[in-house]
Design a protein around this ligand. Structure first.
Ligand code: ADP
Ligand code: MG
Length: 210
């Protein structure tokens, strides 16, 4: 049976309706059912194909609003992307009571520390440098994480974030789901996949389309 949004939790359906999402995009059609089944995922698709909801919908589906602590860590290359992705994930999670918070460098860390201490957000979306910083200060704990997402992995690599990414992943539990998205698959990305994804991960590759 082909995936449609009608198969999702009603609260998520309602959010997607409010966002104007009627039909899943091609990458969402392929990736969401696989991620909901618990598979690790490698998604290769161009910008604008709907990758945020492709991982955001499974994350929100798998997280209960009653759970305490950070359940998902999403790494993005830039602050703009962190803000945008956290916003979209919070919209998807709105009617279920699941929310995302962005953390990034170049601004005061205090507000981010306070937000993390309050612990109202199950999903943290951040740039690798600031995420590492907040982990090392003891305010961001990833020991309850069940989802790790690397968004725009090739771009993070180009920006020199590889060591930070590996350090962050090493702070998450081994039993979790890892989803990696990248427009290209250079050697270093394939190496990351080999190191951090389960050997039976699924590949999803689609052309540009919305
Ligand atoms: P990518 O991460 O692949 O570059 P985004 O996830 O940012 O793409 O999605 C691109 C745009 O398409 C965003 O404005 C997003 O809100 C919108 N979008 C994503 N999925 C859908 C959908 N199923 N229906 C309508 N719009 C969508
Ligand atoms: Mg994206």
């Amino acid at each position: 049976m082909e995936f449609s949004f009608s198969q999702l939790d009603e609260r998520i359906q309602k959010s997607l309706e409010e966002m104007g999402f009627v039909e899943p995009t091609p990458i969402q059609k392929e990736a969401i059912p696989l991620a909901l089944e618990g598979h690790d995922l490698v998604g290769q698709a161009q910008t604008g194909t709907g990758k945020t909801a492709a991982f955001g919908i499974p994350l929100v589906s798998g997280i209960s609003p009653r759970e305490r602590g950070v359940k998902a860590i999403v790494l993005t290359p830039t602050r703009e992307l962190a803000i945008q992705v956290a916003h979209e994930l919070s919209l998807i999670g709105k009617n279920k009571g699941v929310s995302a918070f962005p953390i990034y460098g170049g601004v005061s860390i205090e507000r981010q520390i306070n937000a993390l201490k309050r612990g109202r957000h199950q999903i943290i979306v951040g740039t690798p440098g600031r995420v590492k910083d907040l982990i090392n200060r003891g305010v961001l704990r990833l020991d309850r994480v069940r989802y790790a997402v690397l968004d725009e992995a090739d771009q993070m690599l180009d920006m020199g974030f590889i060591e930070d990414i590996e350090e962050i992943l090493s702070k998450t539990p081994k039993e979790k789901q890892t989803l990696l998205f990248s427009a290209t698959m250079p050697y270093e990305i394939r190496r990351l996949i080999g190191r951090y994804l389960k050997p039976d991960y699924k590949n999803v590759k689609v052309g540009k389309q919305l």
